[in-house]
Write a protein that binds this ligand. Structure first.
Ligand code: AMP
Length: 545
């Protein structure tokens, strides 16, 4: 492992320490760490000194509540300043810190909190109802902290502001090793429940290096990563990478709004912007007159992640922003950017670019043979990069299965051209990528079966111009029941409440039967082929065609 002596001092790998105390020791206490812009126009400014103090206070609160190294703690909040101080404080206290999308429904929460045996969660009053519904099924959950309660509600539903008032502002972060567990993000597979991808504090090495070498962040930059903290990009590049470099960040808690976004870019003099293809495609659909009103002379670089970046978006970026948009590729499991376009490397529109220095991807056949240039196969990585995940938390066997023939199997298919550029082709499993969010067809199929009247379900991702893929659900009805607009609405609400709004199907198709193979497995490949009117390939394993 290549350590960085400026970053890792006296063997201290702690992410919370590096992003706050170390920056203050470098003389940045008074420098603005974040401009936090709320969904309703609230504006908060925090210096690195503020971040250091508030995260230390939070670490003290957690110690008082008897949380210690390795305890699992979740943050379930929209993007507000408390997310950042509590995340960094939890890092200082060496807790395993799970990050949740704030639009998760009850079932999605239960799956994650239950699987991780969460001991605590930080949330706000308006989300409490969702948690109280499932509380009985979470015997390990000892405490719920509320960011917006001025009084403790019960013995174990506590006011964070009150606890913070009573807490010391200094915290001596314990010496934390490279291998100490840190961040936990749940990710969806095509079978079974979501798995918790566990990282450790060593990830900061590569998050820091890629923030320098790929995003090319420099001390005076003003950086905006639009990703939610529930997603790996939101922690790796919305928190750790930039703050480990002492860079000022903008965080915006509102939703997509073209004009507001451009106002932010202009007003805060953004220099580097990291966003996602769906957002860029939404901007592309807007009236160009909107953009003509804004001047962005300081904007140096624009990056994108999460889904394939269409060549048309790159064209749009050149015309409207006067900039190349650099596509970057990584996964929750990789923790940091692995393959990427970047300033200085000519872009081949549609390609993900080339590997980050020191990262060893390869295109590998199912039997482990290395494939030559221009041959499509499994995109694999040589294990051992600094931000490689440590395990699927409490699912060691699934973790081991991700490594074959000496390679980490990413689950993506791709090819490499003769000049060493990588081209994304798709997923090798059934996981759906909608607007950059991975959705498990299994989770949606299970939620559909909970609805009265639905007998069977099958869920696929189908190409979509805006979202990259949209969720399409196929159902069969129980005898005497029929699909109607009332049920359509109920089903949408149910999935949004149980799983998440991202997972709610855009389209429902009622069938007479769902194709299954001999062992009863839903043949999503056939459903997809029928939906798209394409050839399903080898279907000899199916029962009912
Ligand atoms: P997640 O673990 O949720 O971050 O999702 C990772 C997956 O998103 C990857 O395995 C890819 O399937 C997809 N993905 C991420 N970045 C890109 C990209 N630049 N181009 C194509 N697919 C991407």
């Amino acid at each position: 492992m290549n350590t960085n002596p400026e970053l890792i001092q006296n063997g201290q790998y702690n992410i919370g320490h590096i992003c706050t105390r170390l920056q203050c020791d470098r003389g940045l206490s008074a420098k603005i760490a974040m401009h936090c812009l709320g969904a309703h126009g609230e504006r908060t400014q925090w210096t690195f000194g503020d971040l250091e103090r508030e995260s230390s206070r939070f670490a003290n609160v957690m110690q008082t509540l008897e949380f210690s190294m390795g305890d699992v703690f979740f943050i379930f909040l929209p993007k507000i300043p408390d997310v950042f101080s509590s995340f960094l404080g939890a890092m200082k206290a060496q807790l395993i810190t799970g990050m949740l999308f704030s639009n998760f429904g009850g079932e999605a929460l239960l799956d994650r909190l239950g699987d991780a045996k969460a001991k605590g969660i930080l949330t706000r009053k308006s989300y409490l109802r969702k948690l109280l519904h499932i509380r009985e099924k979470l015997p390990d959950l000892k405490v719920i902290l509320l960011v917006d309660a001025s009084e403790h509600q019960t013995e174990d539903i506590l006011s964070l502001p009150l606890l913070m008032q009573q807490a010391e502002t200094e915290f001596k972060t314990p010496l934390t090793s490279a291998e100490t567990p840190s961040v936990l993000h749940y990710t969806s597979g095509s079978t079974g429940k979501p798995k918790g991808v566990l990282h450790c504090h060593r990830s900061v090495l590569l998050q820091n290096r890629t923030a320098r070498e790929v995003l090319q962040l420099q001390t005076d930059d003003i950086f905006w990563c639009t990703a939610d903290h529930g997603w790996v990009t939101g922690t790796s590049y919305g928190i750790i990478g930039p703050w480990s470099l002492g860079v000022t960040q903008v965080h915006f808690g509102g939703a997509y709004a073209a004009e507001e976004w451009f106002k932010i870019l202009e007003e805060y003099g953004l220099t580097v912007w990291y966003t996602a293809p769906t957002a860029l495609r939404m901007l592309m659909r807007e009236d160009p007159a909107i953009f003509a009103r804004f001047k962005l002379p300081k904007l140096r670089h624009v990056f994108s992640v999460g889904e394939p970046l269409n060549p048309e978006v790159i064209k749009w970026g050149r015309a409207v922003l006067g900039k190349d948009i650099y596509d970057t590729w990584f996964q929750t499991e990789t923790g940091a950017i692995m393959i990427t376009n970047r300033p200085g490397l000519p872009i081949k529109p549609g390609s993900m670019g080339k590997p980050v220095t020191g990262i060893g991807p390869a295109i590998v056949a199912d039997d482990g043979t290395l494939l030559p240039d221009n041959k499509q196969g499994n995109l694999c990585l040589k294990p051992g990069w600094e931000s490689m995940f440590a395990s699927y938390y409490r699912h060691e066997e699934v973790y081991r299965q991700k490594f074959k023939h000496g390679w980490y199997m990413t689950g993506d298919t791709a090819y490499r051209d003769a000049e060493g550029y990588y081209w994304f082709m798709g997923r090798s499993d059934d996981v759906i990528n909608t607007a950059g969010h991975l959705v498990s067809p299994f989770e949606v199929e299970s939620a559909l079966l909970e609805m009265e009247g639905i007998a069977e379900s099958g869920v696929i991702g189908a190409p979509d111009e805006l979202l990259w893929e949209k969720v399409v659900a196929f159902v069969t009805m129980k005898k005497g029941c029929e699909w109607n607009s009332d049920l359509d609405l109920k089903v949408r609400l149910h999935i949004s409440n149980r799983v998440s709004t991202m997972a709610t199907p855009k389209e429902f198709v009622v069938l007479e039967s769902i194709p299954k193979n001999k062992s009863g497995k839903i043949m999503r490949r056939l459903l997809k082929a029928r939906y798209l009117g394409t050839d399903a390939g080898d279907v000899s394993m199916l029962d009912d065609i």
